[in-house]
Design a protein around this ligand. Structure first.
Ligand code: KIV
Length: 298
């Protein structure tokens, strides 16, 4: 806040109506994940529309084997750091496993925590018809909700692995029904993950709200990727829908090896990384030490 009480001027914040207007003009929406202050700064500076503090942080940041272990408190901790780093993008907190599956009351309480305690603008939750009542409870409280259908990693045990969804006629119909149900319940957009491109395009054409694809082809209203996947910071196996735009992991390892070698060889720190002291002060210091030696502490 400035002395006049006005917030500091900066890039104008993306609002929900602005997102919908953009989608209505058939401009594609860009979503990225971020998990901490530096990643939020980088992503926000690249003018994306939405930042998702995804529960994928369980894997890419915390090193868990799946997204199931991350807790509500851990999500809030990371969401707060992202909110401190992002000024422009619409911020979405991902509701972790068991923060909403236990019913609408828990869902509403935990969704509220993302806005109240972590500065998020909206929440995302996985699932179709079974979560419709929770979506209704959250949206009724004025909290914008993003749905998430298709390959929903919180259902990994039931799905039997990270498999493409909606590949049979029945499964495709069920996904379409789920999308309509989420729209009816008040979701302002839906992430569609790991489904055939033609199904994602079909659903997108028939919904009034935008869709955000990941492994769902180019026929959605926009796209999301995981920060560590895009930058080559993730060592695990990546699905085919991941495109690496940089290999920062390799570059970081090379930088670390050079640092280690320079420390070992005594070439770092060099003069330009060190602080000086005048000869006068140095000589005075040596003389003082000689005159009144400092006793060694036993
Ligand atoms: O947690 C996450 O990063 C996600 C995206 C992949 C959509 O849910």
């Amino acid at each position: 806040m400035s002395a006049t009480g006005a917030p500091p001027s900066g890039p104008s914040k993306i609002t929900l109506p602005a997102l919908h207007e953009k989608a209505a003009r058939s401009e594609r929406l860009v979503m990225m994940t971020a998990y901490d202050y530096p990643s939020a700064r980088i992503v926000d500076d690249s003018d994306v529309d939405m930042i998702l503090v995804g529960d994928s942080l369980a894997m890419v940041v915390l090193g868990h084997e799946s997204t199931l272990s991350v807790t509500m408190d851990e999500m809030l901790h990371h969401a707060r750091a992202v909110a401190r780093g992002a000024r422009r993008a619409l911020l979405i907190g991902d509701m972790p496993f068991m923060s909403f599956q236990t019913g609408p009351a828990d869902a509403l309480r935990n969704a509220g925590r993302f806005l109240k305690e972590a500065g998020m603008d909206a929440v995302k939750l996985e699932g179709g018809k079974p979560v419709v009542e929770s979506v209704r409870a959250i949206t009724r409280a004025g909290i914008p909700v993003v749905g998430h259908l298709g390959l929903t990693p919180q259902h990994i045990r039931a799905l039997g692995g990270y498999r493409v969804q909606g590949r049979t006629a029945d499964a495709a119909r069920a996904l379409y029904e789920d999308a309509l149900a989420l729209q009816d319940a008040g979701c302002f957009c839906i992430v569609i993950e790991g489904v055939p491109a033609r199904l994602a395009a079909f659903v997108t054409e028939r919904l009034e709200i935008p869709t955000i694809g990941i492994g769902a082809g180019v026929g959605t209203s926009g796209q999301v990727l995981v920060f560590h996947d895009l930058l080559g910071l993730w060592e695990g196996k990546s699905p085919r829908f991941v495109k690496r735009y940089a290999d920062l992991g390799d570059r970081a390892r090379a930088a670390m090896a050079t640092y280690r070698d320079e420390v070992a060889a005594g070439t770092f720190p060099a003069d330009e990384h060190s602080y000086g002291m005048s000869d006068t002060e140095w000589d005075a210091f040596l003389a003082a030490i000689e005159q009144a030696p400092i006793a060694m502490v036993p």
